[in-house]
Design a protein around this ligand. Structure first.
Ligand SMILES: Nc1ncnc2c1ncn2[C@@H]1O[C@H](COP(=O)(O)OP(=O)(O)OP(=O)(O)O)[C@@H](O)[C@H]1O
Ligand SMILES: CC(=O)N[C@H]1[C@@H]2OC[C@@H](O2)[C@@H](O)[C@@H]1O[C@H](C)C(=O)O
Length: 390
């Protein structure tokens, strides 16, 4: 089956789109990537999304308009990705997260809340293709975090017979899936995963601030690499309760966003850091938060760490991860074991749509999200004029 996967992540840097061919069933899948592209948002729309994420006051009507415009961009991405390739049968669209609240006993229902714009029914209507969307809701209704959802795809495509592996996404926010060796008895019961905290989001915000928007990220980590990380400041930032919280856990720009960055910069300036040392220290914060959490929550450090997401291109971040993990962990990108690291999340939503629509196969890993049960993830919006039994 030919499936399209679509997502725009917490970096809000554009829509990652892929077209894959999926064969097989359940965890026994073969997924071939036919094309992956990133389609940037129009500048105005990106700013509107960032304003919503940042909680800028707005109206329901204005949110509806942004939702329409995101759906249009996603639908266009779906059209473009198919050009001169076999037409797709199905779309899995994550949409654009504008708000994420993990479950918390203090919430009125103690359930989480995760809000993605770019509604699936509009994408189905615009593309004429059956579209699965709203993937996080069922897991949240079952008491889960609704994230990370890529873990079952990691289990399916990246676990190894003999190695302890971690798959670390370095997007705006980071997340990890720990994959014990499949040769271990009851290996599936030892899988775990969680959101590790900020990956690139704070560095991106700092670069945008220092270049007045001229640059949006630190390419290759070259800027940070010229600085000196201030470990005492990282120690202080690691006191943030999120890092001590046991998994399951998830987070987003609500915690690690512009306000958080401003507080970090105020403290850094008080301690006499210049911009370059600040970027080095923020990058170190990402590396040390990841490794500290592995040390806290994993049964052992991985034999192999597989990186994905845009931060996998940040050589300085990778170097710092290697330094803190030590020589017994081999760091590679998922590409090195056959899965495109830039489009892994888009591929994941194509697979989740396939599982939901074609197989009625649950997509969540309750050990990771904390849901009380396996759940079918996503709402199905049939192609206009088509019913389930055609
Ligand atoms: N060549 C590069 N060098 C360094 N960093 C890079 C490079 N390319 C991308 N990035 C970083 O990766 C980020 C985008 O990563 P990605 O697309 O995986 O994030 P996302 O999917 O939006 O986030 P999330 O996974 O949290 O939803 C950019 O904002 C940038 O910080
Ligand atoms: C609410 C939301 O969009 N969360 C994202 C975000 O970006 C990275 C991390 O936080 C991750 O857990 C999640 O996305 C991926 C695709 C996931 O659910 O696996």
């Amino acid at each position: 089956m030919y499936c399209i996967g679509l997502i725009s992540g917490t970096s809000v840097d554009g829509i990652d789109a892929c077209l894959v061919e999926i064969t097989g069933s359940g965890l026994d899948l073969r997924v071939d990537l036919l094309r992956g592209e990133t389609y940037g948002y129009p500048t105005g729309l990106r700013q509107q999304i960032l304003d919503l994420c940042g909680g800028k006051p707005t109206s329901p009507e204005a949110i509806a308009l942004v939702d329409d415009n995101i759906a249009k961009e996603f639908a266009q991405a779906a059209q473009k990705i198919q050009q001169s390739l076999p037409p797709a049968d199905l779309i899995g669209s994550h949409g654009q997260t504008i708000f994420h609240r993990p479950p918390n006993a203090e919430n009125s229902l103690s359930l989480g809340y995760s809000w993605q714009l770019g509604r699936g029914e509009a994408i189905a209507s615009l593309t004429g293709l059956t579209t699965v969307s709203n993937f996080r809701a069922a897991d949240i209704a079952a008491g889960g975090q609704g994230a990370p959802l890529v873990s079952k795809i990691d289990v399916c495509l990246l676990s190894d017979q003999d190695e302890h592996r971690c798959v670390q996404n370095l997007g705006g926010i980071g997340n990890v899936t720990y994959l014990p060796p499949r040769s271990q008895t009851h290996w599936q019961e030892k899988i775990c995963g969680w959101d590790t905290g900020p990956a690139n989001v704070l560095v991106d915000l700092a670069v945008q601030k220092f270049t007045r928007g001229e640059k949006t990220y630190d390419q290759g980590g070259q800027w940070a690499a010229q600085g000196q990380p201030r470990q005492a400041l990282v120690d202080q930032w690691l006191q943030e309760p999120f890092f001590e919280q046991c998994p399951p856990k998830s987070t987003g720009r609500e915690l690690f966003g512009a306000q958080y960055l401003d507080n970090c910069w105020i403290e850094a300036q008080r301690q006499g850091l210049n911009e370059t040392d600040f970027l080095a220290t923020l990058t170190e914060f990402t590396a040390r938060s990841v490794v500290t959490e592995y040390q806290r929550f994993l049964p052992q450090l991985p034999d192999r760490l597989l990186l994905c997401g845009g931060g996998a291109h940040n050589l300085y971040l990778r170097e710092r991860l290697q330094y803190h993990l030590g020589p017994n962990t081999k760091i590679q990108r998922t590409d090195d074991v056959g899965l495109n690291s830039d489009f892994k999340e888009a591929i994941a939503f194509a697979v989740l749509a396939y599982w939901r629509f074609q197989e009625q196969f649950p997509g969540n890993v309750p050990l990771v999200t904390g849901a009380s049960q396996d759940c079918l993830l996503g709402d199905i919006h049939l192609a206009p004029g088509r019913n389930r039994f055609d």
